[in-house]
Each structure stands twice: as C-alpha cells, then as structure tokens.
Design a protein around this ligand. Structure first.
Ligand SMILES: NC(=O)c1ccc[n+]([C@@H]2O[C@H](COP(=O)([O-])OP(=O)(O)OC[C@H]3O[C@@H](n4cnc5c(N)ncnc54)[C@H](O)[C@@H]3O)[C@@H](O)[C@H]2O)c1
Length: 363
C-alpha cells in the first residue's frame, strides 16, 4: 500500500493507493479515529460490482453503514438530486460526526462531495474513486459540485475529503470506453510532468490498456502525485492550478460545439492536447516531434486525432463563451517544454483558428 499526503491550506489528509485496498477501507477509515456512521453514496453500475465489498469492509471495522444508490451518468449531478440526498441523509439520522463515502467515478465523487460539504454545514467525506478519471483526477483536490441546466459544474464547493482510497483493481470492471476516457487525462499528466513519464507511457501504454497492475499502479501514482503538488500550491484555483487545464480550452470548445454528444470529455481533451502541443511549437519552439509522438500515442489508445462533423467556427465560438476562456486570445495553457506548462498564454486568434482547422482537416 502506498500512502501519499495531501497537504492543502484547508486540510491535510492521506491518499491511499492500494490494489485490493477496498477491502481495507473500513480499517483505514477507523485508523483516522472515525467512529460515526458511514453513508455510502454510489451509482447502480458501481454498486453491482463493488458495493458488497465496501459494505463488508466497513462492517468488519465495526462501522455502521447505510447505502444510497443513484442512477449512473452525468444527469445525477443536479440540484434536484442534491435535495433528494439531503432528505435521505436526514431520514437516516445522519449527524455531524457521520460521513459520506463517495464510491464511484467523478459523477458520484462530485455529487456526494458537494452533499457532504453542505449537509449540516459539512460532514466527513471519504473518496473511493472507481473510474480511472476519478482516481487520477477528480477525487483529488477537493472540487465538488453539480450542473445547472445552463452550464456544467457551476454550483459547487472546495471541500477536501478526510481520506482518499484509490484501488486500481476496481478498474478491471470499468468499461473499456471509460478507461480510455481517463487515459486522456493520463496523457495530459505525461505532458505536464515531463520527458521521462511521457517516454515511459509511450512504451507501456498497451500494458496500461491491458490493466497490467504492475504498470498501472506507478502511472496512477505519478498522476496523483502531480495533482497533489499542484493543489497544495493553489487549492482554490487562483493561478497555478490552471496548468491542469492543459488541452481543456480547445477540448471544452469541441465538447460544447458537439452538443456534449459527438465527443466525450476525454475525446475532446485528447484533441485539445494535440492543439495545445502544436500551438506550443509555434509559441515556444517545442520540438515538432512531440506533436507527432502525441498523435501516435492518442491513436494507439483509441482516442481521436481528428474532429469530424463539427465546423471549426463552432468550436471557436464555443471557446469564446467558455468560462475558462473569457478572452479567447489570453487564456490557454501551453508548454515551454515537456514538464514546463505556462498558463495564461496569449495565443493569436489566427493561430488558434489554423490549429482547429487542422484538427478538422486531419493530419
Ligand atoms: N472534481 C474535479 O476536480 C473533477 C475533475 C474532472 C472531472 N470531474 C467530473 O467527473 C465526472 C466524470 O467522471 P467519470 O469519467 O468518472 O464519469 P462517471 O462517474 O460517470 O463514471 C463513468 C461510468 O463508469 C461507471 N463506473 C465507474 N467506475 C466503475 C467501475 N469500477 N466498474 C464499472 N463501472 C464503473 C459509472 O457508473 C459510469 O457509468 C464529470 O462530471 C466531471 O465534471 C470532476
């Protein structure tokens, strides 16, 4: 078992990375001195595979548990769902000494985290991420929240959990497309972290796809460590944390322009990373080989390298109205070199248009 430490301004807490660690969840939680009831919030897919093991683990540690199962999918991240969960917690007589265990992907993590942060002005929270995206990204760093009809993730809080337990063995039941979804974020970390990690992942990516645990664990660890470091520097996303948006400006434009139907988040981020690396070549002289290597890597992972069925103008228009890009030409993350991201890059609108057009044309 690997134990990392999240060290943010608001809280210090352990992040456990352990294959088969779900069986240990109760013991680890108790070891933090927690004795109250644990309300597991999960979704129906995850419940089918992993709920029994989670419940057994808490029971073995002598902890009382209750379970709430929500429908899978982004639709669960709504204020209606939040209200319903408050009522369920109330009926279960959940009190301030009790805690929520978010057992699931990023949707459950964001939703249950937000509920835990606001119910009775905040109760305990344990994140047990079950998707790759949630293990390497969303469970770390304390961002919680839900969507409103007008926009995604517009209502939420910064609320650090008391503990995170990432168990890579849980990825075995994750549908392949969801694994690939998370791999887009892993590729982002490769670019952010530097040459050694990128080279390593370039060589071992098929082992990751095959979920060879000896390979998966160190990769997940590197991603978590990177995010922990950034979050410890800038918990509330005032500056440095923006490096994590690498690939997300163009990516978000693609997601929105496709009506959130044509391209998933991970697919859009993959395309956004390609645009960011190519713009980094022009802005900072990042060697061209990285664009080619990134393209090959994305193809090997089954991620798109070309935009189909969307007009470049629609992507640019969506970017202009994106909260992360109020001023289209002044808010992109680029790379001076691998491992050296630069935020707030003033990208020329013409250069941006050319790169988006290139993604549409392919090549
Ligand atoms: N808080 C943050 O910092 C942050 C960062 C990035 C993304 N997010 C949010 O994360 C969400 C996306 O997360 P996601 O990609 O994990 O999606 P998700 O939670 O919808 O999970 C994807 C699918 O996989 C299923 N699943 C999850 N784990 C499984 C397992 N082990 N076995 C079988 N099925 C499993 C889920 O039921 C779901 O159908 C978005 O809402 C996004 O806004 C939050």
């Amino acid at each position: 078992m690997i134990q990392l430490l999240a060290n943010t301004r608001s809280k210090e807490y352990p992040v456990f990375l352990s294959r088969g660690g779900l069986a240990d969840a109760g013991r680890l939680w108790s070891s933090l001195g927690k004795r109250g009831k644990v309300v597991i919030i999960t979704d129906a897919n995850v419940a089918g595979f992993h709920l029994a093991a989670a419940e057994a683990s808490f029971a073995a540690a002598g902890l009382e548990t209750s379970t709430i199962v929500v429908d899978p999918g982004e639709g669960a991240k709504s204020l209606e769902m939040v209200t319903g969960l408050y009522s369920r917690l109330f009926v279960l007589k959940t009190r301030r000494r009790d805690a929520v265990c978010a057992l699931g992907g990023g949707v459950v993590g964001d939703l249950a985290g937000f509920v835990a942060s606001t119910y009775m002005r905040g109760i305990g929270l344990m994140q047990v991420p079950t998707s790759l995206l949630s293990q390497v990204d969303s469970s770390i760093g304390g961002k919680t929240g839900v969507n409103i009809p007008e926009a995604k993730n517009y209502v939420g809080s910064f609320y650090q959990p008391d503990m995170v337990l990432a168990d890579p063995a849980l990825l075995k039941t994750l549908p392949r497309d969801q694994l690939v979804e998370g791999l887009a974020e892993v590729v982002k970390y490769c670019l952010l972290t530097g040459d050694a990690f990128f080279d390593n992942f370039e060589i071992g990516n098929q082992e990751f796809l095959a979920l060879n645990t000896a390979y998966v664990e160190p990769v997940v660890r590197r991603c978590i460590e990177y995010k922990l470091r950034i979050v410890s520097e800038d918990e509330r996303d005032y500056g440095r944390r923006a490096v994590l948006n690498l690939g997300h400006s163009v990516g978000h434009g693609i997601e929105v322009a496709g009506g959130y139907q044509r391209y998933s988040h991970g697919q859009a981020v993959a395309l956004g990373l390609l645009a960011a690396v190519r713009l980094s070549q022009q802005e900072f002289g990042l060697p061209e080989e990285y664009g080619d290597r990134l393209l090959s890597l994305l193809e090997l992972l089954g991620l798109p390298v070309r935009i189909e069925g969307i007009d470049p103008g629609e992507v640019l228009a969506a970017m202009a109205s994106d909260k992360k890009a109020d001023d289209l030409s002044a808010n992109m993350v680029l790379l001076k070199r691998l491992g050296e991201p630069v935020i707030n890059c003033d990208v020329d609108a013409g250069a941006l248009r050319r790169e988006v057009e290139r993604l549409v044309a392919g090549g």
